[in-house]
Design a protein around this ligand. Structure first.
Ligand code: NI
Length: 170
């Protein structure tokens, strides 16, 4: 068990589409580390590329919110369908200090595999639906900064440049 370094905005792995998982045997250590890292940073979701690993895998836990769901691991996931529209003020562990209003679907139909490779297809709404969409974006190389207008993004230009710069000075 270990808390891993969270990859920050500006790192190329955050812009890549993640490879499907085909070997489920080696995942438990990575998944435990991802949960440790997510809890340490007080996140509610984390994608594998945020710890520098090129695999289509996310961990989620919104248990400390009013929705009281159990922790989830979603592997090789796809959003099959979506309904409605909602706006939430979102942050991202890879973009510290910045929050942006992001428009998402209210409800999604999502297919994924669990840690054993079992296949599921379920509908999610509420916060869990939003976290699934946020992490699915990550696994497709997309960030919340891609989902706001250039004008809005410009308000955070200095902070974003600072995060990129910190990648080279650590
Ligand atoms: Ni994020």
């Amino acid at each position: 068990m270990a808390v891993r370094e969270v990859v920050k905005f500006g790192d190329p792995i955050l812009r890549q589409k993640m490879r499907p998982v085909d070997d489920f045997e080696k995942l438990p250590d990575l998944i435990q580390d991802m949960f440790d890292t997510m809890y340490e940073k007080e996140g509610i979701g984390l994608a594998a590329n945020q710890v520098g690993i090129n695999l289509n895998l996310m961990v989620l836990d919104i248990a400390h919110t009013e929705e009281m769901d159990d922790p989830m691991v979603c592997i090789n996931g796809t959003i099959l369908d979506s309904w409605g529209e909602t706006i939430l003020d979102e942050g991202c562990l890879s973009i510290p200090g910045i929050r942006l209003d992001i428009k998402r679907a209210e409800k999604v139909r999502y297919a994924y595999q669990d840690i054993h490779g079992n296949k599921f297809e379920e509908e999610f709404d509420g916060l869990l639906a939003k976290v699934i969409q946020h992490e699915t974006d990550h696994l497709n190389g997309k960030l919340i900064t891609d989902r706001v207008s250039p004008l809005k993004l410009n308000q955070h230009k200095k902070q974003l440049e600072q995060i990129v710069q910190n990648n080279f000075t650590v």
